[in-house]
Design a binder for this molecule. Sequence first.
Ligand code: CTP
Length: 219
Amino acid sequence: MSLLIVKMNKQMRCLISAGPTREWLDPVRFISNPSSGKMGYSMASEGISRGMHVDLVSGPTSLEAPPGVFLVNVETALEMENEVNECFSGADIIIMTAAVCDHRPETNHQNKIKKDQFPSTMTFIPNPDILLGLGHKKVDSQVLVGFAAETENHLENAKNKLVEKKLDWIIMNDISKENTGFQSDFNRITMLSAQNESIEFGFEKKEFLAKKIFDVICR
Ligand code: CTP
C-alpha cells in the first residue's frame, strides 16, 4: 500500500531531444539540417504544464527554453548521445524529436580550411543512432517515442523505424507537404504504436499536437 502511494505521488520525468545537430568540418563550417526545434520545445512546454520534470537536450535553435525545463545545450550528435544517455535511466517518458545528422565529416579540421585547399570530395562516417541505442536498453515501464521525418512511403518507413528501434510509438511527420515539418509552426502527423494502433491528426499547430501526443502516450 505505501509503495503504491509513493509511486502515485512520484513526479513523472520526461526526456526530450530537440533541434538539429551540427557536424563540424572545420571551425567555420558544418553540415546540419533546417530543424527549428519547435516540435520538441512544444512537447517540453506541454510536459511542464502537466507537472512533469522535463530534461530538454537541444541542438542549436533560436528558441527560448520553456520556464521550468532543465535545458542541456549540445551541438553534435555525439554530444547529444552522451547527454541523452545521461538522463535516460531516470526518465519515464522519452521523446526524440531531434533531427540528428546521420553522418559527420571523417575529419574535423582544427584550423580553417583555406579556400584554395578545400577538398573537392569529402568522406563522411556514420553517427550513432541514438534512439536505436535507447530502444535496446529500455525497460517495460519506460515509454519510448520517436519521430519519423518522411518524404515518401511514409507509413511503411515509419513502421520500419518503430520495429527496428523497439519503440512504443512513432510519430510520422510528412515533411513533403508545404508548410509542415521543418521550420513550420504546423505539422501533419500520424501516430503508430507497437500495438498496431494508428491515430491521424490533420494540419495543426505544433502546440496543439504536443497536447494530443501527450494525451495519447499518457493514456
Ligand atoms: N534518430 C537518432 N539518431 C540518429 C538518427 C535518428 O536518435 N542518428 C532518431 C530521431 O530523433 C527520430 C528517429 O530516430 O526520433 C527517426 O529519425 P529519422 O531522421 O526520421 O530517420 P533515420 O533513423 O535517421 O532514418 P532515415 O534517415 O533513413 O529516414
